[in-house]
Design a protein around this ligand. Sequence first.
Ligand code: FA5
Ligand code: MG
Length: 444
Amino acid sequence: MDNASPTRAVLFCTPAAPALLPAPQQSDDTGPRKLKRSYILTPLSSFSTLSSTHSANKTQHQKWKQPVASVLEIGGVKIVKDDVVRDDPTNNVPDTIFSKLGVQLHRRAQHPIGILKNAIYNYFDVNYSGKFDKFDDLCPIVSVKQNFDDVLVPEDHVSRSYNDTYYIDPETVLRCHTSAHQAELLTEGHTHFLVTGDVYRRDSIDSTHYPVFHQMEGVRVFSPAECEASGMDATSYAAGDLKKCLEGLARHLFGAVEMRWVDSYFPFTNPSFELEIYFQEKWLEVLGCGVMEQEILKRTGKINNVAWAFGLGLERLAMVLFEIPDIRLFWSTDERFTSQFSQGQLGVKFKPFSKFPPCYKDMSFWINDSFTENNLCEVVRGIAGDLVEEVRLIDNFTNKKGMTSHCYRIAYRSMERSLTDEEINQLQGNVREVAQSKLNVVLR
Ligand code: FA5
Ligand code: MG
């Protein structure tokens, strides 16, 4: 999964091996942050009550929130809010996340995510003469089996924890990747397909991470005859074809751009790779991919085949393509953002309409064994919504008594207006209060 996320990095990432570029520099996603965490594997009670009582949006900042309907329909499935957001220890879906269900930015032809999706579809249509079946309306509520078991994610894998994934109940989650649909589509007999959808993760907060984002999954199954005709070993053939396909896609989208392949690890592919693009002076991970594990093919009735699969991070690609500096902007309904993009237009570069200064607030506290950064981020998002730009650990020490202190720097910034001191102090006050009461940390 995304190795930028400290929670997932430990299991999903192996050291970098550059292919397209020499002299790898450390990517933003592979820094020391990945080592600093311990994980809780038990359910946390829902933060939904936090977000409703302390939300900044409840006061004067309605603009930042999409309206929350209580019944939605996605792909013909009716979704009732009370079934998704419940005050129950096995449910950790907050209101703020429910409000994103059904928005489907990827199905809006004028939105950067929709424009990008269509450009990728176009690449596949042209290069594979319409062979790839496309799905972009599959329901994001999936079973634990679909999301994890079917793609061979081990029972004790960190991504299954309540700290990383939004659970509706112990058997049902908001999909954390579009790979959740691989097995069902293979079983239905599809051999070339693209699945686009919104995915959900409890994650850190910064300009390239958001708890809801969009992925596009691609799968291509080769017949035994195709592999034989290549004269190569089947896995090398599929891996070579995969890289060629994705490098072609990158050229189609970006023309010349600095990129590099990095060896990686996913439970569902072997070998596995990630592609990084140089953006805003850092290496940005934009996709994961690899040769599908035989076991997945076997279980779906394909015994003599080889396949490749990839999962693209659409926001990350769109940030590079349109020069969008902050991932929160994708959710902006401000006309100064939305009016800059039109259907089919790939060459547009986003013009920042204003740059308001960030306001930083530090917060130090003694942690306990169950403290996690994702839980803190969930508290901060529940209170400040999209007014929070970044939550960063800036100091960490353990005293002689074995007590560990963390200091987090929270950056507040609206992309649309100036925030008043009073407003920020109130947000920070709420964050401190709720961190203390819900996370049981001891403020210093
Ligand atoms: C996966 O989700 C795999 N399912 C991808 C895959 C599919 C691998 C098929 C092999 C075969 P990962 O967690 O790395 O991998 O996420 C894929 C991409 O999603 C990342 O490269 C990144 O571009 C994007 N991404 C991950 N987390 C976030 C986030 N919080 N916000 C925005 N984009 C994200
Ligand atoms: Mg990754």
